[in-house]
Design a protein around this ligand. Structure first.
Ligand code: SAH
Length: 355
């Protein structure tokens, strides 16, 4: 098999249609192949046992099914599993499967590295290398799904792994299409959350898109001065423009916006920050997800003490903000953004369970 073969998952419908036409396949074959991929969780062409052997060989000669290999696979006591993928060009991304009661949530990456430069985040320490392709994003989903026991079903997707999803919408949206399709993963848009640093034109583009995904905005600071420090791209954008775009998204989608706030000791965890945050969110249909910082080796930031966390929370709750603190999951397997890739010290935040 040549590595030059196209990745089947990159343009699945077109590739299968062309292949079916070129080989004069009966129509139902395409459906069979799709079922093997999405429903029956096939690991390779050979697993597709109701396809004639000759056809499986022709498929293998025409397409690459997987382009990435699993470089590491870790499992935590609570059932959280994390995959580190080695991509065909040597880049690495990570993806997580979270088990929470009946929920089976996957957290996927969209870029190798990240260009947003949030000062506390492991993913962006070395900048962004490239966008993932549509096929690579679907591959993450399918490989994570393959970790499930036969009786388990994927229920939710959060696009909260490595990278800025709104900087790679062209490739992400077709991948999410496959996630939603009944003959894909069959996960409805309201169970799919896209997390962004806040890029207004891309938020507006998402608002025009036919599917109403849930939107999470990573705020991390209640004023521009502080946000410029923590989230450097903010200098060119500003909180007002982000809130306005998020409001428009809410108007169009009817989906409550989630705001994420990584709580960093002595930086954005003071009572006045909580007060400002409460004023910013007042009157908005919003869920505030506070994430006590998950330390990244080599970075100077610290997790606030439980007392500071409680005080922060109390101010917001008194002001009537709907606030959730994310509980920790996946301890000891580095299940936070970009951490496995850097092979950091443990402990982790559940990046998903609360949305
Ligand atoms: N680029 C997107 C998605 C990436 S990460 C975004 O900015 O939303 C998902 C969330 O995890 C973001 O809110 C991010 O700021 C947060 N995060 C990153 N590193 C973290 C860390 N070390 N501890 C806690 N949260 C972190």
């Amino acid at each position: 098999m040549s590595t030059e073969n196209p990745h089947l998952l990159d343009a699945l419908d077109v590739s299968l249609a062309e292949f079916a036409a070129a080989h004069a396949l009966p129509k139902y074959r395409v459906g069979q192949i799709r079922r093997w991929l999405f429903e029956k969780r096939a690991g390779d062409w050979d697993a597709m046992s109701d396809l004639p052997k000759g056809l499986r060989e022709q498929l293998a000669e025409s397409f690459r099914l997987w382009t990435a290999s699993i470089a590491r696979h870790t499992t935590a006591d609570d059932g959280t599993e994390k995959l580190l993928f080695a991509l065909a060009d040597g880049g690495q991304v990570e993806s997580v499967l979270l088990r929470d009661e009946v929920r089976r949530t996957i957290c996927i990456s969209t870029q190798v590295g990240c260009g947003m430069g949030c000062v506390f985040c492991a993913s962006g320490l070395d900048g962004v290398d490239r966008n993932l392709t549509t096929g690579e994003i679907i591959e993450e989903m399918l490989q994570l799904q393959r970790l499930l026991a036969p009786e388990e079903r994927l229920s939710h997707i959060v696009v909260m792994g490595m990278g800025e999803p709104l900087a790679n919408l062209d490739r992400l949206l077709p991948a999410l299409e496959e996630a939603r399709r009944p003959d894909g993963l069959g996960i409805s848009a309201r169970r799919i959350t896209i997390s962004t640093v806040g890029l207004p034109p891309a938020i507006d583009r998402l608002a025009r898109h036919e599917a109403n995904y849930r939107l999470a905005v990573s705020l991390h600071a209640p004023n521009d001065e502080l946000r410029n420090e923590l989230v450097p791209v903010n200098k060119n954008i500003g909180i007002d423009a982000i809130m306005a775009a998020a409001d428009r998204y809410f108007d169009v989608s009817g989906r409550r916006i989630t705001y994420e706030y990584v709580l960093l000791a002595n930086l954005n965890d003071r009572p006045e920050h909580a007060g400002q945050l409460a004023r910013l969110l007042a009157g908005r249909e919003a869920l505030l997800n506070v994430i006590p910082y998950n330390p990244v080796a080599g970075l100077p930031y610290e997790t606030p003490t439980p007392e500071r966390q409680h005080a922060f929370r109390a101010i917001l709750e008194r002001a009537g903000v709907t606030v959730k603190f994310r509980h920790r999951k996946g301890n000891r397997i580095d299940a936070a953004c970009g951490q496995l890739r850097r092979s950091q010290q443990p402990t982790v935040v559940d990046i998903a369970a609360q949305i």
